[in-house]
Design a protein around this ligand. Structure first.
Ligand code: ATP
Ligand code: MG
Length: 467
């Protein structure tokens, strides 16, 4: 049975003209048209939605014929994207899903003429509200608006059945908990069945995880997820930090410290992942001796672990490498009183584009010690950041390509054939310039080159130290 409400609400203000026009066209042709899904939910929460979804009883082929610009996005599942006045609207035919196979995909979907039936297949009550923009009527058979008011997240129907049908919903449950900051309905939470998540593709897990990690404060949700055992299924490396103590300097164990760091990091995906994973190798590297607790090499091991985790989750190579680098260097040893030379070496080592991200990870790491109220070192953090920015903004040279001379100059000046020797000379020059940026002038470098042959090899290969 469907309950109808006549409510005039803010939602009207949010609806773009193009979305209204699409509904009008459907209605003028004798079809039903409702706004559904996240857009209804978010505008009722007073937030401007990004995407709009329309549900209709018109069949996909009809939708294709009613609008001049369309993309058959998911015809099998009834979805056509309608492009109108610069926005894309997903128009989906009312559906009732058949038997689910492999805990993920319905065996078959059948199109329906009933909005009530369509709402029934949706995941959570707050996502199962339909709105008729013309009649200004809500169709809300599962009390979605009441749950919105109570900030309660629960499935449409029996949670065990709904999670058994489609295991991705378990992760969507936690994602919405984190992003909306809603409480979990007790029975829905109790129905979480972690091993079922193995039926879900890595890409889908990745997409939900990304949204979850970008929530304002994801830690509480991740802890709840850990309590259900789902974190262990998806990110066992993180879950294993539970109970790994770190000695007197730290207030939290590795899991709680990592989650605090996560909350403290700016909401950019690479920073959030790096904060969550920066100590992921601590459980496997922990040793305890007379001097205390140590995690030797957890940065190097952490880099490998990070790469394995993000590759497993099918993140792009670019994001994976970026996060791996941040984890690798999160222990960077420069400080507010390091020499300019040490700062330059550090910048060169990690790459200019990563320096400020590493400072952000350091900030999150310090905040997550749980002792920030008494931490007197913030001025050092700020000073170091300012100095790094200053060095990067100045004309200081960082890469061979920034040298005032080229490989051709080296070959001509030292009468060398093309080959590794040329690169060696350039590297050697770069070392000199890092020590003294004033040297980076063509005439001075050409002159300096002449002394290359005379320098003993050991000295040329000086170790890159930071101090
Ligand atoms: P977002 O703001 O992230 O877009 P959303 O609620 O719109 O949130 P979508 O993934 O865009 O999420 O899905 C649109 C709607 O489709 C949902 O609101 C929900 O009604 C329904 N839905 C999506 N995924 C599922 C699922 N796995 N099971 C049941 N219903 C789903
Ligand atoms: Mg959406």
């Amino acid at each position: 049975m469907t309950f109808m409400f006549r409510v005039s609400h803010d939602i009207q203000e949010h609806i773009p003209q193009a979305v209204r026009a699409i509904c009008d066209t459907l209605k003028d042709n004798g079809y039903q048209a409702y706004l559904v899904g996240g857009a209804v939910r978010d505008s009722l929460r007073g937030e401007a939605p990004e995407d709009w979804d329309v549900a209709t009883d018109a069949l996909p082929t009809t939708v294709l014929s009613l609008f001049p610009k369309t993309i058959p996005t998911g015809i099998k599942y009834g979805t056509v994207t309608v492009m109108l006045r610069g926005i894309a609207v997903e128009v989906t035919t009312f559906r009732s899903d058949g038997i689910y196979r492999d805990a993920r995909h319905p065996e078959d979907v059948s199109f329906s003429t009933s909005i009530a039936e369509d709402l029934q297949r949706r995941d959570f009550t707050i996502n199962a509200i339909a709105y008729d923009p013309e009649a200004r009527k809500f169709i809300d058979p599962f009390g979605g608006r009441r749950d919105l008011g109570r900030r309660l997240l629960r499935t449409v129907g029996d949670p065990q059945e709904r999670f058994a049908e489609d295991a991705l919903r378990m992760l969507r449950f936690f994602r919405f908990m984190a992003t909306l900051r809603f409480r979990p309905h007790r029975r829905t939470l109790a129905a979480i069945d972690p091993p079922r998540i193995r039926n879900v593709s890595s890409e889908r897990i990745r997409d939900e995880l990304s949204k979850l990690l970008l929530a304002k404060l994801p830690s509480k949700t991740l802890l709840t997820m850990h309590e259900t055992g789902l974190l262990q299924e998806i990110l066992p490396e993180v879950a294993q930090g539970d109970g790994i103590t770190q000695g007197s300097f730290h207030r939290f164990d590795v899991l709680h410290h990592s989650l605090q760091a996560l909350d403290s990091a700016l909401p950019r995906l690479q920073l959030r992942w790096a904060a969550l994973l920066h100590d992921a190798a601590k459980p496997m590297t922990r040793i305890e001796d007379a001097d205390g607790i140590h995690f030797y090499g957890h940065d190097v091991e952490g880099e490998k672990l990070t790469r394995a985790i993000l590759t497993r989750l099918r993140y792009s190579r670019e994001l994976t490498e970026k996060v791996a680098l941040l984890v690798r260097w999160h222990m960077f040893p420069i400080h507010s009183r390091s020499t300019d030379k040490a700062l330059r070496r550090f910048i060169r080592k990690v790459g200019k584009e990563n320096v400020l991200d590493l400072m952000e990870i350091r900030r999150a790491d310090i905040l997550a010690l749980g002792r920030q109220a008494t931490w007197a070192g913030w001025t050092h953090w700020e000073t170091l950041r300012e100095r790094l920015v200053e060095v990067m903004d100045s004309d200081a040279t960082f890469a061979v390509s920034d040298l005032a001379v080229s490989g051709h100059d080296v070959m001509a000046a030292l009468d060398l054939p093309p080959g590794p020797a040329v690169g060696a000379v350039l590297e050697w020059l770069l070392e000199k310039v890092l020590d003294d940026p004033q040297l980076n002038q063509r005439t001075r470098l050409l002159k300096l080159m002449q002394s290359y042959e005379k320098t003993p090899l050991v000295q040329k290969r000086q170790e890159n130290t930071y101090q």
